[in-house]
Design a protein around this ligand. Structure first.
Ligand SMILES: Nc1ncnc2c1ncn2[C@@H]1O[C@H](COP(=O)(O)OP(=O)(O)OP(=O)(O)O)[C@@H](O)[C@H]1O
Ligand SMILES: [Mg+2]
Length: 277
């Protein structure tokens, strides 16, 4: 039997504080595939990642997100991680009092049966090996999770977690933001080393430069809480050189952010408020 996963998002809608942010997302990611999601600020990309992972602030109102036919949205948050979904967040949280090693060891053991926990020595060897590949200072093993980590150190640490947890679906939200050029290559190598038929990737990014190192199979553009355009790597290249205006023109979109387009009144462009006339 093949271990190749199939992750399907179907008609996903989600609200935050009663405001609809995701307006029907459809996406299918198979093992071995890398999908990139791009899109202007405030169009729902991080919301999509959070909704899949079960962030309590987001309420899914319609649709499903299934991994190998099982609906993740019916699961508790920790079950989703155990089922093999991993999210590297745009803004990883700091957890004082829990070391990086403690955190990862518990996360690995949570995925294993009772009595089959990873031995301390095996765990340390694995963590040291992965930290070496990511050129991380060994002291990060015993630092509190993300506490005082620089922006780039946090991102590298997210990739360490991914490498340690061996997930089937990997969602990376702006894992390239704030990385220096060398770190960007290291992170990209970390992802490329993990590419296999046993894993699918969803990479949210603003920049072609990450995709220069991690060649995506599909590129999707998100606007107004929907995927409005999909293509291959050439789509990301066109966005890099031309921006988003051509897509907005093509689709007749004026404001690409979510939650604005349904407002009853819109101030027309070039309108001057009466008192300034
Ligand atoms: N907790 C929240 N409370 C209120 N509004 C929210 C909340 N979370 C998200 N939103 C709104 O939902 C919209 C989409 O946000 P989201 O973070 O998904 O955008 P994004 O596409 O990831 O943008 P960026 O590229 O800037 O990271 C934004 O208008 C944002 O302000
Ligand atoms: Mg975001």
């Amino acid at each position: 039997m093949s271990n190749s996963p199939k992750f399907v998002i179907d008609g996903l809608k989600a609200t935050i504080e009663n405001k609809e942010i995701l307006k029907g997302i459809n996406l299918e990611i198979k093992g071995g595939e890398v999908h990139a999601i791009m899109g202007p600020n405030g169009t729902g990309k991080s919301t999509l990642a959070s909704a899949i992972m079960g962030h309590p602030k987001y309420e899914v109102t319609e649709g499903t997100a299934t991994l190998n036919g099982v609906d993740l949205l019916e699961m508790e948050v920790d079950e989703r991680a155990r089922a093999g979904v991993f999210l590297a967040m745009q803004y990883p949280s700091e957890i004082t009092g829990v070391t990086n090693a403690d955190f990862l060891r518990s996360a690995i053991n949570a995925k294993r049966e009772e009595g089959d926990e990873i031995s301390l020595i095996k765990f340390i060897r694995k963590m040291e090996g992965k930290m070496g590949e990511l050129e991380m200072n060994p002291e990060f093993m015993h630092r509190y999770l993300n506490e005082g980590f620089s922006g780039g150190e946090k991102k590298r640490n997210e990739i360490l977690q991914m490498a340690m947890l061996d997930p089937s679906v990997v969602i990376l939200d702006e894992v390239d933001s704030g990385l220096d050029i060398d770190a960007l290559k290291i992170v990209a190598d970390g992802v490329n080393n993990m590419r296999s038929e046993e894993r699918g990737f969803l990479i949210i990014t603003h920049y072609q430069r990450l995709l220069d190192y991690i060649t995506p199979d599909f590129v999707h553009v998100m606007m107004q809480g929907r995927i409005v355009k999909s293509g291959g790597p050439e789509l990301a290249e066109r966005l890099e050189s031309e921006g988003y205006d051509w897509i907005k023109e093509e689709l007749g979109i004026e404001d690409e952010t979510v939650g604005q387009e349904e407002e009853e009144f819109k101030m027309p462009m070039n309108t001057v408020a009466p008192e300034f006339k």
